[in-house]
Write a protein that binds this ligand. Sequence first.
Ligand SMILES: Nc1ncnc2c1ncn2[C@@H]1O[C@H](COP(=O)(O)OP(=O)(O)OP(=O)(O)O)[C@@H](O)[C@H]1O
Ligand SMILES: [Mg+2]
Length: 476
Amino acid sequence: MRLSARIKYENNVFIDCHREIFSVRGVNLSLLGLKVKDKALSVCDHEDVVVIIELEEDVSLRGKITRFREDEFVITFNEDPDLIASTVGKYLTSKIYKSGVCPFCSKKIEEGERYCRRCGMFFDYTKPEVVRFIQEFKVGKIFYDLLVEHPEEIEEKLEDRKEFIGVSNGIKKVFDLIRKYATNDYPVLIVGETGTGKELTARAIHERSKRADKPFVVVNCAAIPENLLESELFGYEKGAFTDAHRRKIGRIEFANGGTLFLDEIGDMPVSMQAKLLRFLEDYTFTRVGGNETLHANVRIIAATNVNLEEAVKKGKFREDLYYRLNVLTINIPPLRERKEDIMVLAKYFLNRYAKETGKDIKGFTPEAEEALLNYSWPGNVRELINVIRKAVVLTENTYISEKELNLRREDVDTAYCLNGHSLNLKENIEKVERELVRRAFLKTGGNITKMAKLLGISRPKVYTLIEKHRIGEVSG
Ligand SMILES: Nc1ncnc2c1ncn2[C@@H]1O[C@H](COP(=O)(O)OP(=O)(O)OP(=O)(O)O)[C@@H](O)[C@H]1O
Ligand SMILES: [Mg+2]
């Protein structure tokens, strides 16, 4: 699946298809390709073409043409990331800044911001490495992975000094287990809702273990496409497949001596689960396309926010793998079930961001404290951090008020979705449909398979709805 921000591009473009030049109407443009309209193009279906588009100046890009609908075609660029970045990327980015809002979640943005502070989507496409990343990972959401792959891209690291905070019995139990589990090498399974601190917990175990000076390697099983996951984990030999020009070391080998953190293990495809299980039998493996048996000394920590027992019952997760991973378990309770932690965390992050922004903020008003305590925190600690950071940036007061926290957005869901006071069913259904598709898009980073699952519809239907509601399109 390929998705990045795109822009309406209703200009004429020239297409050179085996020396025959067509002048056709553009529809929209993204980093990955251009959509155009003209029946005559059917003669070029599946051909390599050159497209000449007018951006700041005329640009020629090579691509392959494929039919999208009856008279609509997509030219998928197969150009060097450098060229894409300096042409389409630059153009797209300037349009995004000009529109003043994030194309994915509509948050207001400032010129120069490289990624959205609300939804994490990246939109500075002027760097070849960003373009390459989108081309390779084929998702529009360049979230945490990009921060890890290209830290130089991010001046302001959101999650630097990581301290683990909490006073509730629930979190104390977690601390206790971290200490106990750090002393051995058995697999650990960490279970908890999104944003509860699963990765933080995994790192804490690693850092307290005898493996601390060896690598801590993260594999997000949900973010890597199924066909790449095996070579990502086990590596491959030169010539294993068409693009394997040289040997690549997999993450397991890379983690040798250290810890391998398998995040979102519940999303690992069943075919891959079998291969992982085989590896866990004796910690041996072969690289894809190779026949040498290799051994890796790694400790496995897996995390999930789905109920694996349920997944086992539904046949989505192998029972034998579940039992192998579930030797030592840590359950991190959601924030709403450990209310004692809320104010401790809130004050800690308030102080931290006040210091960073140089503001003299002393605390929260009593109403704000009450609102913090009563909120349900569906996004847990991550959401709390975002709320506090935003309030600190926006406030001009010494005490943050309830209004500045801007909570309860989610509680007004229905009202938010409904079209003002109109009772027109069709209009309202459209609006709700758009909102649900948009949320599924943000939640999955534009992964069509997952969106289909969340929305309970087929993959082609997801494509149609993304198209219809212009999700990820630059406005203005
Ligand atoms: N108890 C805590 N004290 C301080 N920071 C915390 C705590 N719990 C979570 N955080 C912070 O909250 C953010 C989310 O944590 P983390 O990424 O570990 O969650 P997660 O459970 O892996 O989430 P997801 O399921 O969405 O991947 C991180 O910035 C982390 O440092
Ligand atoms: Mg995580």
